[in-house]
Write a protein that binds this ligand. Structure first.
Ligand code: DGL
Length: 281
């Protein structure tokens, strides 16, 4: 079990921000990653389509006999976690619950409201508010904000030092710039790259929580509990599989991962799409 890889999937390149956190906290683990770059974005798609695509991505990775699957995509975690768990023979960890837990911890310490930022689909699903209320029925005010333009501006390499990204951040987050302190939960793979710019815009009263980082900690804890942590002698690797355009994926992915993956391989549609029946509502 310890030598088996961790499987991670995402709608595209963004999940590499979660892989970066996994590498930081679990440097000896080998990671196999599927980025569905042919069908990104998931954040504008219907729940049924997100569910179908997510199961296909995860099923593709089963060929590597993973010890655990991480749904790095917030949209997939928000819309399809139950179906993924039902469809897969291994444990699946999503990013929503870890992110919600961390936001609650930070909010309790600072007595703050919680702003949840995510894609249109993640916000419409209400997965984060539901998780927050499940974990803490007394959760104070939750402010959900869909930020659909954050994904393309980050992929364009605009992460806060330019007029366009500043204007977009100001447009979405102006309601938070009130006197009240806020915990800002980054509920999308791309948003950690905007964290500094968001912090600068909102000022010191905002505490920023990244669901990806919390997920890496949960994965580390689960591996420890199940005696599945890789041997310290293991040199962890990252093998990436994508459904389209490996060169673009490599170029943009470097900003998310901040290291070179060991390989980036193109996967033909026949290998992942529409192979098996998937049960999505
Ligand atoms: N990976 C997605 C998420 O975390 C963002 C990109 C997309 O819309 O597919 O929600």
């Amino acid at each position: 079990m310890p030598a088996r890889p961790i499987a991670v999937f995402d709608s595209g390149v963004g999940g590499l921000s979660v892989v970066r956190q996994l590498r930081k906290h679990l440097p000896h683990e080998s990671i196999v990653y599927f980025g569905d770059s042919a069908r990104v974005p998931y954040g504008t798609k219907s729940p049924r389509t997100v569910c179908r695509f997510s199961i296909e991505c995860a099923r593709y990775l089963l060929r590597f006999d993973p010890k655990l699957v991480v749904a790095a995509c917030n949209t997939a975690s928000a819309l399809a976690l139950d179906e993924l768990r039902a469809a897969l023979p291994v444990e699946v960890i999503g990013v929503v619950e870890p992110g919600a837990r961390a936001a609650l911890q930070a909010a309790t310490m600072s007595n703050a409201r919680i702003a949840v930022l995510g894609t249109e689909a993640t916000i419409a699903s209400e997965a984060y508010p539901k998780a927050l209320r499940r974990l803490a029925p007394q959760t104070p005010e939750i402010v959900p904000i869909a930020c659909p333009l954050f994904v393309p501006i980050v992929e364009e390499g605009r992460t806060g030092a330019d007029a366009v990204s500043r204007a977009v951040i100001a447009d979405y987050l102006a309601p938070l710039r009130t006197s009240d302190p806020h915990v800002v939960l980054l509920g999308c793979t791309h948003y950690p790259l905007l964290a500094d710019a968001i912090r600068e815009y909102l000022g010191p009263k905002a505490t920023i929580v990244d669901s990806g980082e919390q997920t890496a900690l949960v994965v580390a804890e689960r591996l420890g509990q199940t005696h599945a942590t890789a041997d310290r002698a293991n040199r962890g690797t990252i093998q990436v599989f994508v459904s389209d355009n490996p060169p673009r994926f490599r170029a943009i992915g470097a900003r998310f991962l901040q290291e070179e993956p060991h390989s980036v391989t193109l996967v033909a549609a026949e290998e992942y799409a529409g192979l098996d029946r998937v049960d999505c509502p």
